[in-house]
Design a protein around this ligand. Structure first.
Ligand code: NAP
Length: 250
């Protein structure tokens, strides 16, 4: 049990993060998952990880708060004592709005959670993974979005811009860490059937967008989880700085 790899995933209580935590457990990882506001959902996923034979722990940490991220990694050190894979998954979108309604406060919070949170988690991961800090290398996978290239359908340009920042972050960090044995990649999901669309305030948003998907349906969280775990694994040993679209052709 001592040699099991440890995967830390932010936003592991629901949607893509929860599916990734479950699949990671089935592939033999111990899983530390963070959440923001739904302890019951997070505890349920952690219990499923344990039922699959791994160590599973849910930790409350708002990715928009640097002190919460520091606390998350302190718990990781105390409870798991190693880190092999970081999945930067936590993210949200705000109500769909035209540019006239996008305020400084809205932008500050969105960029704090979706962008700065990923930078700060990666910073903490590198302090544990890089051989120059005593680590053994590892993998970082960030959950970006096809919205980065599409621009954010129907009033979500601020959300899309946060994902554009994550694409650039992935390309640059991959180069920075290539000599440290740390691979850095991103998945870019398209339309995936999770709760996130409810935040947009647009009733039936998912159903409206399905006709624009060449494969003719929304993706599942499990389909995205497969891509995340492939990028995290040794099977992707020659991939770094890669943006992998999981978007049904959209
Ligand atoms: P979701 O079902 O709404 O789940 C979001 C997860 O992130 C939850 O675990 C939530 O925790 C957590 N979270 C939200 N705000 C947080 C914060 N401030 N700090 C820490 N955790 C926070 O969303 P999802 O669709 O699975 O999205 C996961 C990632 O995929 C996001 O980065 C999203 O942008 C990206 N993505 C999704 C789609 C899609 O169509 N679904 C497409 C492209 C990209 P609580 O349960 O505690 O609230």
């Amino acid at each position: 049990m001592k040699n099991r790899s440890v995967l830390l995933i932010t936003g592991g209580s629901r949607g893509i993060g929860a599916a990734t935590a479950r699949l990671a457990a089935s592939r033999g990882y111990d899983v530390c998952l963070s959440y923001a506001s739904r302890p019951e959902a997070a505890e349920e996923v952690a219990a499923e990880v344990r039922a699959a034979g791994g160590r599973g722990l849910a930790v409350r940490a708002d990715c928009g708060r640097a002190e919460d991220i520091d606390g998350l990694f302190a718990v990781l050190d105390a409870e798991f004592g190693r880190l092999d894979v970081l999945v930067n998954n936590a993210g949200y979108l705000d109500r769909a709005a035209p540019i006239e309604e996008i305020t400084a406060e809205r932008l500050a919070r969105l960029f704090a959670v979706n962008v700065a949170g990923c930078f700060l988690c990666a910073r903490q991961a590198v302090l544990r993974m890089a051989p120059r800090h005593g680590g053994r290398g590892g993998a970082i996978v960030t959950v970006s979005s096809r919205a980065a290239s599409l621009g954010g359908t129907g009033g979500l340009i601020d959300y899309a811009a946060t994902k554009g920042a994550l694409d650039t972050f992935t390309i640059g960090l991959a180069k920075e860490l290539a000599g440290d044995g740390i691979r850095v990649n991103a998945v870019r999901p398209g339309l995936v059937d999770t709760d996130i669309h409810e935040n947009s305030g647009v009733p039936g948003r998912m159903a409206q967008l399905v006709p624009s998907v060449p494969l003719g349906r929304a993706g599942t969280a499990e389909e995205v989880a497969e891509a995340i775990l492939w990028l995290a694994s040794d099977a992707a040993s020659y991939c770094t700085g890669m943006l992998l679209d999981v978007a049904g052709g959209r």
